[in-house]
Design a protein around this ligand. Structure first.
Ligand code: IZC
Ligand code: ZN
Length: 354
């Protein structure tokens, strides 16, 4: 190409652009007040049960204007690009009413049109039971299945339907009903499974043929086996383990069983207020004991597979997009080993410097 620009890598590392396959990108406010509560011993689920956690972000997101949410999410995407991330998945889930869920998804849709980042959209109306339905779970399930999912599908605002399958949030049976309804409307299932308690989420992922199961911190051997058999991608989120002070997902066992392991940030204002996928690579190596090659694959090709984009991004091959990162690093070992600096030097998105 005549107007092509040549970049001399000076012998340094070049990788595919990173793919952050699990983020709660669009939200109002933050939750820094919960740090003190947590340090006094309250758990994530206790804070949620008291109307904090996700429900406090729901209040902030309902009251935020669409433009405010757009600008805030855009700033996060800009920061991700500087860190070497060129594709993200973004969830709704802080509206928990029709109007606000659609508002969040419209923000994602606007960013898909205006931002260089590739963005996959996920409907997560089943992120918690909103306060106004606390005494009427069935009412909220019906709202999800009879109004929200049909509206999201009709307006083509999401590719995936996700559910937080967890003690005190959505049961396995409720999760199945939501994901099966999503499927009827053409939404591909994803599931927050085995984050805090192993209630059967990873097995359900395989049963409903979800493209991926996420978190999997306490995934049991039966869940690993079911996912291996079904080809479900395991999307592990090690910064959340770090931030919650919990154990780490059994990623080595998953790889041994033949499960494709992806890693993502889980960027959200509660359990992971960081979007730094480079730190995820560090934790993958140090806590999951992934090799540098496995860690890189987890945030590129396997991450792309977990959002159905492996034909387009996630590796440097003829026919795929020119999304790549030139690292201030001599080799792959170095980016697993150094912690806390931004080592992405030059980021190229669809063949253009960004
Ligand atoms: O806002 O707490 N786990 N959902 C499920 C989250 C974490 C996000 C949040
Ligand atoms: Zn999540």
């Amino acid at each position: 190409m005549e107007d092509a620009e040549t970049v001399d890598a000076h012998g340094r590392l070049v990788t595919p652009g990173l793919v952050d396959a699990h983020t709660h990108l669009v939200f109002g406010g933050w939750r820094q007040n919960e740090l003190g509560i947590k340090l006094h011993g309250a758990s994530y689920l206790e804070i949620l049960a008291q109307g904090g956690g996700i429900l406090s972000t729901v209040k902030a997101t309902r009251s935020a204007g669409e433009e405010t949410l757009y600008e805030k999410a855009k700033a996060a995407l800009d920061e991700m690009l500087r860190l070497g991330v060129t594709t993200v998945e973004a969830k709704s889930g802080y509206g928990l009413d029709l109007e606000t869920e659609l508002k969040q998804l419209r923000v994602i849709q606007s960013l898909q049109k205006t931002h260089p980042m590739d963005i996959a959209a996920t409907f997560l109306g089943a992120h918690a039971i909103p306060e106004e339905y606390r005494e009427d779970r069935e009412g909220y399930l019906r709202l999800l299945c009879e109004e929200m999912i049909p509206a999201v599908a009709e307006q083509k605002l999401a590719t995936f339907c996700d559910v937080f399958c967890e003690t005190g949030v959505f049961s396995v049976e409720e999760s199945r009903r939501i994901l099966e309804t999503g499927k009827k409307y053409g939404l591909i299932p994803k599931i927050h499974a085995d984050e805090i308690d192993a209630i059967g989420g990873s097995q359900l992922a395989a049963e409903v043929n979800a493209i991926s199961a996420e978190h999997l911190i306490v995934c049991p051997p039966e869940g690993i086996e079911a996912m291996a058999k079904q080809g479900t991608v395991a999307c592990c989120l090690p910064m959340t383990s770090f931030y919650l002070g919990s154990t780490f997902a059994p990623a080595r066992d998953m790889i041994r069983a033949g499960v494709a392991v992806a890693m993502a940030s889980d960027f959200n204002p509660g359990s992971c207020p960081s979007l730094n996928l480079q730190f995820v690579i560090n934790l993958g190596a140090l806590k999951y004991r992934l090799t540098p090659e496995e860690a890189l694959t987890a945030v590129t090709l396997n991450a792309a597979a977990s959002i159905g984009m492996a034909d387009k991004v996630g590796s440097l091959e003829p026919g795929k997009q020119g999304d790549l990162v030139l690292w201030n690093a001599p080799d792959l070992d170095y980016i697993c080993y150094r912690v806390g600096s931004n080592l992405a030097e030059t980021v190229v998105k669809k063949g253009r410097l960004v």
